[in-house]
Design a protein around this ligand. Structure first.
Ligand SMILES: [Zn+2]
Length: 318
C-alpha cells in the first residue's frame, strides 16, 4: 500500500496520543502512548514518538514500534483499506498547525495490556514506583525466577495496580512476529488462585514465537511461559491442543521438529497423563532425567542456571 501522507498521520497522532507536542530541534513528535498508557505517567512522561521522516512510531514505555498503517489501525479500529481510503480522499489538506491546539485528546482504554500497565523493565518507572509493595514484589519475583536473565527471556514484563481482574499480578506479554503484543497472561505473585489468568476475549497465541531462531532445527513446546524462557527456541502453548491461531503461527516453521516438554511426571500426575496422551498421538516428548524438580523454572533456580541446553532435551526423548 502507498505510504500515508504525513499530514494525515499527524492528524491521527494528535487524535490518539496523549498531550502531543513537537520538538522543532529534532523534528520529532511525542506524546503519551494510547496502547500501553504508560502507567501513572500518562500525560506526564510522553514516551511515544512519531518520526515523520520514516512515518513510524516507537514507544519507549511498552517498547513497541509500528508503521503508520499499523498504529492507526490499532488505535482507530479502522481497517487498512478504510485508512487508505480516508487518507487519499483529499479531505486532509487542511493546515494542521491551526487546529492542533484546539484538539481534545482522546484517552482510550488499552486494548493490548491490562488497564494502566506499568513496564517493570523501565528504569524510570522503577524509580517512580519503587516503594509500592506490589511493584517491589513483582521485581523480586522476576529476579528470583530469573525472568530477566534467562537465555530466552521475554522483552518485557508489566504490572497493573488498578485493573479489575489483573491488578497486582505479574503480566507476561505475548508478542507476534512483528514484536507487537497480541496476548498476555497474568500470574499471581503469591499462592493465591487463580495462579494464571489469560487476557479475556482474546485468542491464545504462541508465547515466544517472536524469538524463534530458524537455524536451530527444533521448537520446544512448553505449557508455561516461565519454563519456555529457559530454553532456546522454547515456546509456550498452555494446553495440549493448539488453537487455530497457534497452529497458524507454528506453520511458519514447517520443517522444524516440534518437541513437547511437560512438567516432571514423577512430581505431577496431570503431566504424567498428558505425556501418555502425547505419545499415543506419536508426538516427540522430552523424557525427564532423575531430578527432583517440578518444572524447568524450579530446575534453573535450584541449580542457579540461566539456561537448560536444548541439546540436552534432544538427547532425552521417549
Ligand atoms: Zn506504549
Amino acid at each position: 500500500m502507498k505510504q500515508l501522507p504525513s499530514n494525515y498521520v499527524l492528524e491521527k497522532f494528535y487524535t490518539y496520543a496523549g498531550g502531543p507536542s513537537y520538538n522543532k530541534y529534532n523534528k520529532i513528535y511525542n506524546g503519551s502512548c494510547p496502547v500501553c498508557r504508560e502507567g501513572k505517567s500518562w500525560l506526564k512522561k510522553k514516551r511515544l514518538y512519531f518520526y515523520p521522516e520514516s512515518n513510524s512510531f516507537y514507544c519507549f514505555n511498552c517498547t513497541q514500534n509500528w508503521n503508520a498503517y499499523a498504529w492507526i489501525e490499532q488505535n482507530s479500529g479502522m481497517t487498512r483499506e478504510e485508512i487508505y481510503a480516508e487518507a487519499f480522499s483529499g479531505n486532509f489538506s487542511r493546515d494542521l498547525t491551526q487546529e492542533i491546539s484546539k484538539k481534545k485528546f482522546v484517552q482510550k482504554e488499552s486494548s493490548v495490556l491490562p488497564y494502566d500497565s506499568i513496564n517493570l523493565n523501565d528504569i524510570q518507572q522503577r524509580c517512580f514506583y519503587g516503594t509500592n509493595k506490589y511493584f517491589q514484589k513483582a521485581l523480586e519475583y522476576i529476579e528470583e525466577r530469573k525472568l530477566n536473565t534467562a537465555v530466552n527471556k521475554n522483552p518485557a514484563y508489566y504490572i497493573s495496580l488498578k485493573d479489575n481482574f489483573h491488578k497486582n499480578r505479574l503480566c507476561i506479554p505475548y508478542y507476534d512476529f512483528d514484536k507487537k503484543i497480541v496476548f498476555y497472561q497474568t500470574r499471581a505473585l503469591d499462592d493465591s488462585k487463580p495462579r494464571y489468568l489469560g487476557k479475556s476475549g482474546a485468542d491464545k497465541t504462541v508465547f515466544g514465537i517472536d524469538r524463534i531462531d530458524p537455524s536451530i532445527d527444533s521448537i520446544f513446546l512448553f505449557e508455561g511461559a516461565l519454563d519456555a524462557i529457559m530454553v532456546r527456541n522454547g515456546v509456550a502453548v498452555a494446553g495440549l491442543t493448539l488453537t487455530e491461531l497457534q497452529e497458524k503461527q507454528l506453520a511458519r516453521f514447517p520443517f522444524h521438529e516440534k518437541i513437547w516438554v511437560l512438567d516432571n511426571p514423577k512430581m505431577d500426575q496431570t503431566a504424567k497423563d498428558n505425556i501418555v496422551k502425547l505419545l499415543d498421538r506419536k508426538e516427540k516428548v522430552f523424557k525427564w532425567p532423575d531430578k527432583p524438580y517440578k518444572d524447568f523454572n524450579e530446575w534453573v533456580i535450584a541449580e542457579n542456571l540461566n539456561e537448560i541446553d536444548y541439546k540436552f532435551i534432544l538427547e532425552n526423548l521417549y
